[in-house]
Every structure is written in structure tokens, then in C-alpha cells.
Design a protein around this ligand. Structure first.
Ligand SMILES: *[C@@H]1O[C@H](CO)[C@@H](O)[C@H](O)[C@H]1NC(C)=O
Length: 370
């Protein structure tokens, strides 16, 4: 189930400007969750637990005014609400409060919602969350707080959250133990916050086993060294990173994908990639590299490397592929080098001997200039 949640949510990560989350399609993706819950609770919801009476008008006296309550899903988006509505049914599984004008989450706003699985508070004006607001939410797995006015990671987050989104807030500091006890947190999206390296306190991520972390569009000037060592995906695109140094990736031995596009990287120290031997995909496009980073040839599983829009003036025959063919376990499927000051006709064809597919290499400016 975790894989399913991860996969369908990773797709959502790409959406940059605020786009409403479609709760109904979300629900369909999460049907396993609902079934799990039905089985576990032994409710007398009969037979078809999913969408049995979607078309029937909801008739539930405990549904907050203006909201729609159906199948324990409470939809209160786009209502101009200035605060969390009262009398949310206690057995709610999902609450959608997207796109309102809520400014504050108070101590008892979500009191007694012990079964809550997902809480969407995206695109409000929340600057304050009471430290006890999420108490007893032991089943909460998805908490979306993006597009609000938070200045720090809310205190005392529920411990079983799988996915936390705080994209586009005003967070400039991640305090020590900000995520204390949150061992299940697999996806953390905190891009588009004014966060610099100095704002990440030592021990901020202690004890976490996060797989996916994105801190893009921030003020990061170097790859932070204190992130969870379990990461398989790290995305730091649209920051101000100037170089990659030997010890920068040392801690992240499980990385499969590394996103460093749209930074100001001039230089990747030889040996930096030696600590991420399983890496599949590296994005270094839109930087200031003058040469292909050393060591790509040693990465047996590397399949995709973006180097377009840099200042690379030449490419050597062994920059990508190992001298011995047998060393490479997975051939490249994508190498992009366009928009570099390269004399493409001088690149030896053998340079790409470990690439498969006709479109495996993008060399020239395939986009027509205007
Ligand atoms: C990078 O380091 C390796 C191992 O020390 C060495 O064999 C290789 O020649 C170096 N590459 C460059 C471009 O300096």
C-alpha cells in the first residue's frame, strides 16, 4: 500500500502552481485504504463500500453547513471559510478544506477525529497552528499544508504521517526535532519556502526514514549534509548551490534520483558520486558546468543524466561510459547535452557506446530558436 500511496503522490509533487486536489480521484487511488478501514472497523456499511450512493444527495445532519459529507469524506473546499467549521462528523476519514480563507488552526478544531486519514488544508491563510491541534490523530497519514503562511514546521505533528506537504509557505527555519518520532514520514515536500542552509538546525531530521524529499525553490547554497540517510530521492532544483563537494553526498548512499537542476553549479568534485553507487538519474541541467562531471563512468546503474543548458565545451570519449563494457549494468536511456557551447561534430560517436535507443542522446539544439 505504501508503494501505491508514494507513486500516486509523487505524480502530484510535480504540480507547481496551486492546483486543487481532486478528492474524488484521490479517493479512487486510495481505495485500498478505505477498504482496509472498512474491514478493520467492521462497520455495517454494506457490500460496496466505495461509492455506493454517490449520486444520492447527502443527508447527514452532522455535516457542516455548506459542506458535502459522504462516505466519511468531508468536502468543504472553496467556501470562503475563515475558520474550520464546527460539527465535523467524528468518524471522518478525509477532510478537504482547500482553497478557503482559514487563518488559524485552533486547539479544538479537529478534536476527537481519531479516524482521520487525510487532511487537506492547501491554499488557505494559515499562519498559526495550535501545538495540540493534531493530538490523537493517530491514523493521519496525509497532511497537506501547502500554500499557507506558516513560518515553521507545526509542532507535535501526528507520528504516523506518511506524507507531509508544506510547499509555498514562509518557513525559514526547520528546528531541531521538528519531525520527532515521525518514523513513517516517507514523502516530505517543503519547496518554495525561504529556507537557507543556516535555517536547517542540526538534528532537524533526526530519526526520520524519509524516502522522498524536495526542497526546491528555496535559498539552499550547498547540499545539506544532515538530511535523512534513507533518502532515495532528493530534489534541490531552483536553488543557489554553487558546487558539489566530495562529502556532500556521503550520507545518501541509497539515492536513486538526484535533482540539482537550475542551480549555479560550476564544479562537481571528482569522487562525489562514488558514495551514491545505485543512482539511476541525475539532473544537473541549467547550471554553470564547464565539463562533464568526473565519475559518471563509474555509475553502473545510471540511466538518465541531464546536462543541458550548461557551459560544457567538450566531451571526452570516456566521460559517460566505462572502458570495460561489462562494468555497466544498465545502459543509459537519456543523456541531454543540448544548449552547451559544444562542437557536436567533434564528439566521438564511441562516447555514447553505452546508450540505448535512438533518442538516448540529445546533443544539438533540437528546439528551433525564435
Ligand atoms: C577521478 O578520480 C579517479 C579515481 O581517483 C581517477 O581515476 C580519475 O582519473 C579522476 N578523473 C578526473 C577527471 O580527474
Amino acid at each position: 500500500m505504501k508503494e501505491i500511496v508514494l507513486l500516486c503522490l509523487l505524480a502530484l509533487c510535480r504540480a507547481k502552481p496551486y492546483e486543487p486536489i481532486n478528492i474524488m480521484s484521490f479517493l479512487k487511488h486510495h481505495d485500498i485504504m478505505l477498504q482496509d478501514d472498512a474491514a478493520e472497523d467492521d462497520d455495517d456499511d454494506d457490500g460496496n463500500f466505495l461509492f455506493p450512493s454517490m449520486s444520492a444527495p447527502p443527508h447527514d445532519e452532522s455535516c457542516p453547513f455548506g459542506c458535502q459529507c459522504s462516505l466519511r469524506v468531508i468536502q468543504c473546499s472553496d467556501l470562503g471559510l475563515k475558520s474550520v467549521p464546527k460539527n465535523i462528523p467524528k468518524d471522518a476519514l478525509m477532510i478537504d478544506l482547500q482553497n478557503n480563507k482559514i487563518t488559524e488552526i485552533k486547539e479544538n478544531d479537529f478534536k476527537d477525529l481519531k479516524n482521520l486519514y487525510a487532511l487537506f488544508l492547501v491554499n488557505n491563510k494559515i499562519s498559526k497552528i495550535h501545538p495540540k491541534a493534531f493530538r490523537h490523530m493517530n491514523k493521519l497519514q496525509l497532511l497537506y499544508l501547502s500554500y499557507n503562511l506558516l513560518t515553521q514546521i507545526p509542532a507535535n505533528l501526528p507520528q504516523n504521517i506518511l506524507e507531509l506537504r508544506v510547499h509555498d509557505n514562509k518557513i525559514s527555519k526547520v528546528q531541531k526535532d521538528a519531525f520527532r518520532g515521525m518514523r513513517a514520514l516517507h514523502v516530505l515536500e517543503m519547496s518554495a519556502n525561504p529556507l537557507a542552509n543556516s535555517g536547517i538546525e542540526l538534528g532537524a531530521f533526526d530519526g526520520m526514514s524519509t524516502f522522498y524529499l524536495r526542497i526546491a525553490e528555496a535559498k539552499i547554497t550547498a547540499i545539506p549534509k544532515d538530511l535523512p540517510p534513507t533518502l532515495t530521492e532528493l530534489h534541490l532544483d531552483y536553488n543557489k548551490i554553487g558546487k558539489v563537494e566530495l562529502e556532500d553526498l556521503y550520507r545518501y548512499k541509497n539515492l536513486l534520483r538526484l535533482g540539482l537542476g537550475f542551480n549555479q553549479i560550476k564544479f562537481v568534485e571528482n569522487g562525489s558520486f562514488a558514495s551514491i553507487p545505485n543512482i539511476r538519474e541525475i539532473h544537473l541541467d541549467n547550471n554553470k558546468l564547464r565539463s562533464v562531471p568526473a565519475g559518471l563512468d563509474t555509475l553502473k546503474y545510471l540511466q538518465v543524466v541531464y546536462l543541458h543548458v550548461n557551459s560544457i565545451g567538450s566531451v571526452g570519449p570516456d566521460d559517460f561510459c566505462p572502458a570495460e563494457r561489462s562494468v555497466k549494468k544498465s545502459p543509459y536511456v537519456g543523456i541531454s547535452l543540448f544548449a552547451n557551447p559544444l562542437k557536436y561534430w567533434e564528439v566521438q560517436p564511441a562516447t555514447f557506446r553505452c546508450v540505448v535507443g535512438r533518442r538516448g542522446v540529445q546533443l544539438g539544439n533540437f528546439r528551433r530558436r525564435k
